[in-house]
Design a protein. Structure first.
Length: 146
């Protein structure tokens, strides 16, 4: 006898819509939202801090009385790495967010009492806008002649 439910053609889970399971679904959905929000917050910090490092050290080199840096390009490379890490974190978290929402609606839609999960949320729009801002900052730092 096969142990895997997919081999027998039966559903993977038996879903019984109760108030308890409905609220569990809502808690899970809100947890997914909070996770994406924390990634947006982290990416904002990474992108902003990376851009700030580049700008700070560029201004510092232009000041009178400041000794020249041993490796003047290092702040630029560090800033680019931080900006890239912020963008990568956003892209990966958006991908994970979409996969989890699809899983929640496909497998557990009856528990939630919905037919489909909203495909667009304001949080997704903010994350995409931040990724575009991060890409713009990356290009601005990359093409800037130091």
């Amino acid at each position: 006898m096969p142990d895997d439910a997919s081999d027998t053609g039966s559903p993977r889970f038996v879903v019984k819509p109760t108030a308890e399971s409905h609220f569990a679904w809502l808690r899970t959905r809100l947890s997914i939202e909070r996770t994406l929000m924390s990634w947006v917050r982290t990416a904002t910090a990474l992108i902003g801090f990376g851009f700030t490092i580049v700008q700070f050290f560029a201004r510092l080199q232009d000041m009178d009385g400041v000794a020249p840096a041993l490796r003047p390009q290092m702040p630029r490379y560090l800033g680019l790495a931080l900006i890239c890490a912020g963008i990568a974190g956003l892209v990966i978290s958006l991908w994970q967010y979409r996969r989890l929402l699809d899983y929640m609606s496909d497998e557990f839609g009856p528990v939630a009492g919905i037919r489909s999960v909203a495909s667009r949320t304001p949080l997704q729009a903010i994350a995409v806008a931040l990724a575009l801002i991060g890409a713009f900052a990356f290009v601005a730092v990359l093409v800037r002649a130091v």
